[in-house]
Every structure is written in C-alpha cells, then in structure tokens.
Design a protein around this ligand. Structure first.
Ligand code: PGA
Length: 246
C-alpha cells in the first residue's frame, strides 16, 4: 500500500517569527501520513534546524535548471540538498502561469532535481476553460507525457505526482471527490499501460483548496495518496486536522 503524504506549500508567506511558530507546531503533529513542508527559500535553514530529529520532511518550492553559474536570483538543486531538502515542487501552476515555465523547462528541472538526489513532485492540472471544454484528461496526460518522454518512465520510480486543477488553487473551489478520483484513476491507468510496477508505486496527490472540512472526503479514496495544501497549511490547527484526516 502506498503511504499517504500531506505536503504544505507555504508559497511566499511568513516572517521569521511566524515560520518558527508554524514549524514547531507542525513538528508536533502525530499522524500516520508523511508530512512535507515547502517554506520560502530563505526560511529553509531555520526549518532545517527546527525539524532536526523529527520525521517531518521539507523541500524547495522551485529550483534552477542550471547546476551553478551566473544566474542571478536562482537557487540550485545542490544548494537545496546541502540544506537537507528531500523534495522539490516542479511545474506548480503558479510557476507555469506567472513565471512562464514551459514543459521543456519543467522537464529540465525534474532532471536536475533527481540528479541532486531530490524527489520531484510534478504538478499537473487543467484550467477552468479546459475543464469546461472537457479537455481535462488531454491536458493532464499531455503535461505528464512531455516530461515522461524527456526523462523516461524509470525516473518516476522516485517521483511524486500532484493533480492540481488550476481553477481550484487558492479559489475556495474544490474538485469533488469523484472528479479527483476519476482523474487519478485515468492517470494511473495511463502509467500502468507503460509500466505496471511504477503505476502501483507512484503517489498521486490532490491539491486545490483542501480544508479540514473537505479533507476527509477528498483524501479517503485509495486513489488519492494525499494532498498538496496551500492556504490551509499556513494555519497550524487546520493543517493538523488535514494531516489527521488521512
Ligand atoms: P490552495 O493551494 O490549497 O491554497 O488551493 C494549493 C497549491 O497551490 O498547491
């Protein structure tokens, strides 16, 4: 059975003080799922200190396609690794939409992450317009396939997928448990047609306005291996409840 994962994407929120408090509270959560937090880069050394000797993992929200060099403002995979990160988000819709990251760039980042020993969490998901045009699976499978063609199926042995419908991120709108299950099932079936073993082992998370009130319904399906939580992960009580509901 795949272990459930609850990941907290703190995006560009927090102060030294709030991050200290929030990290300490997360470290106290006793849940059966694996917990991962994604703080803003600057707070990673602090989070590393506070999570020492705890089972909580952490990672970067982004990484550079380059190993090192004259790339002003970038953070490399090796730097993340040096500060104890285990995971990194790749292809989050905010990176795709607001920072013009293409599938080519996302593929390079995926490769760079794994080369440094980081586990990429590859995010895929359709916009509302695409869903209304019944293009959800076409978009999701295409976003997955372009990376697959670049990295090969074996690379997914040490990767995580996150289905994040763009229209549900930060909007308060959530996909219904049935809608989520349907996409997860089809995605896993697609992977199964390429490699049955990897299809069975790869965790597929859901992300998009997960809250304590809907977490139980969304995460209880055996097709949903956990959640990627944005807004609600900034509130330690809400995040704790979400962790306890899977
Ligand atoms: P949200 O964000 O929970 O605030 O919708 C999810 C995400 O961006 O991963």
């Amino acid at each position: 059975m795949r272990k459930k994962i609850i990941a907290a994407n703190w995006k560009m929120y927090g102060t030294l003080d709030s991050v200290k408090k929030l990290t300490a509270r997360v470290a106290e959560i006793r849940a059966s799922c694996e917990i991962i937090i994604f703080p803003p880069f600057l707070f990673i050394p602090l989070v590393q200190q506070l999570l020492k000797n705890t089972p909580v993992h952490y990672g970067g929200q982004n990484l550079s396609v380059a190993v090192s060099g004259p790339y002003t403002g970038e953070i490399s995979s090796e730097m993340l690794k040096e500060y104890g990160c285990s995971y990194v988000l790749v292809g989050h819709s905010e990176r795709r939409r607001l920072f013009y990251e293409t599938n080519t760039v996302i593929g390079e980042k995926f490769i760079r992450a794994q080369a440094a020993g980081l586990i990429p969490i590859l995010c895929v998901g359709e916009t509302l317009e695409e869903r209304n045009q019944t293009k959800t699976m076409e978009i999701v499978l295409n976003q997955f396939n372009v990376i697959l063609e670049r990295v090969g199926v074996q690379a997914f042995e040490t990767a995580v997928l996150a289905y994040e419908p763009v229209w549900a991120i930060g909007t308060g709108l959530t996909a219904t448990p049935l809608e989520v299950q349907e996409v997860h099932l089809k995605l896993r079936k697609h992977i199964h047609s390429i490699d049955a073993k990897i299809a069975e082992s790869i965790p597929i998370l859901y992300g998009g306005s997960i809250k304590p009130e809907n977490a139980g319904d969304l995460l209880s399906s055996s097709e949903v291996d956990g959640g990627l939580v944005g807004g609600a992960s900034l509130n330690s009580d809400e995040f704790r409840q979400i962790c306890l509901s899977c």
